[in-house]
Design a protein around this ligand. Structure first.
Ligand code: SAM
Length: 283
């Protein structure tokens, strides 16, 4: 059987990862991109979202919401690219992408010699990704290790079995993930990350802003990303992370967007801000 015949098509929560790839492919086509993701178009095309996506509701509110979510994906990608570069510059050589989806940082970023990058997601998206990567003959720029497991289960054992060393610092990324996990699962995930993080570790998180589920999810199209959102950021994210042993900085989309030369300008973006951006260091 060929790769194409074998390939599982995106469905459920992991289909959102292909939607994210479509946004990154669009950003890559801009003249002034905040990052370039040359593999994103292949992920989106293979998942049926490129060059166009299936018809979506075309009312003004739906279009504004899609624009706001796409904008937040671009800003958070740049934010976490920068965080990873800072962590690498500080000497961290282990990277763990939680809910990695179609993240192609192993292929598109420069990594210092000796970097090991672990991608955790469930088996279906990792299989889909592997078949696209094979087709594209993509070559990772660091040691890349995939770990197929559910983050609600005992993933630290699976990660350790794949070679992660908790005695060495790690930079953890949970990008566009926590909003899909119920609050108790988020709490357990953070406790487990913290237990595997020695001093000098880093953590990059994106969190759904307060009220985003009500504003975006209540009339979301069934099966769309927003229809699967279940948790928002705690009232005091810095205090929450301090309780788990992290010193965190909490950034807003507005402030980061301005810093990157993409200030929030349209009324849609002004009104609707999908999330908080967190950079934390292990104390
Ligand atoms: C919106 S996508 C973001 C993907 C990637 N972090 C990025 O920003 O490109 C969410 C990802 O989280 C993964 N995910 C959600 N719940 C998960 C779980 N319980 N265990 C493992 N992965 C999960 C999905 O499969 C999907 O790939």
């Amino acid at each position: 059987m060929t790769d194409e015949q074998d390939r599982v098509q995106p469905s459920g929560v992991w289909a959102t990862a292909v939607g994210v790839a479509r946004v990154r492919a669009l950003e890559t086509e801009r003249e002034d991109p905040l990052f370039r993701d040359p593999l994103a178009q292949a992920f989106a095309a293979t998942g049926g979202l490129w060059p166009s996506s299936p018809p979506l509701p075309d009312d003004e509110a739906s279009r504004r919401r899609r624009l706001a979510v796409s904008f937040s994906i671009v800003i958070r990608t740049k934010f976490l690219d920068d965080l990873l570069q800072r962590a690498s510059a500080s000497g961290v050589r282990q990277v763990v992408l939680l809910g990695a989806g179609m993240d192609s940082r192993a292929f598109r970023m420069d990594w210092p010699e000796g970097t090991r990058l672990f991608e955790i997601d469930t088996a279906a998206p990792l299989d889909f990704k592997a078949s696209v990567l094979r087709h594209e003959r993509a070559v990772a720029r660091c040691e890349r290790i995939t770990v197929a497991t559910d983050l609600r289960e005992n993933w630290p054992d699976a990660l350790a079995a794949a070679g992660h060393d908790p005695a060495a610092p790690t930079v953890w990324i949970a990008e566009g993930l926590l909003i899909y996990l119920p609050e108790d699962a988020v709490e357990l995930l953070l406790a487990r990350i913290s237990a595997q993080s020695t001093s000098g570790s880093w953590l990059g998180l994106t969190l759904g802003s307060r009220g985003v589920i009500e504003r975006f999810g209540s009339d979301a199209v069934p099966g769309s990303a927003a229809s699967m959102w279940v948790s928002e950021m705690p009232g005091d994210p810095v205090g929450w992370l301090a309780g788990h042993g992290w010193k965190a900085d909490c950034h807003t989309l507005r402030e980061r967007a301005a810093a990157y030369g993409r200030p929030i300008s349209t009324p849609a973006q002004r009104e609707e801000q999908p999330g908080g951006l967190i950079a934390a260091v292990r104390r």
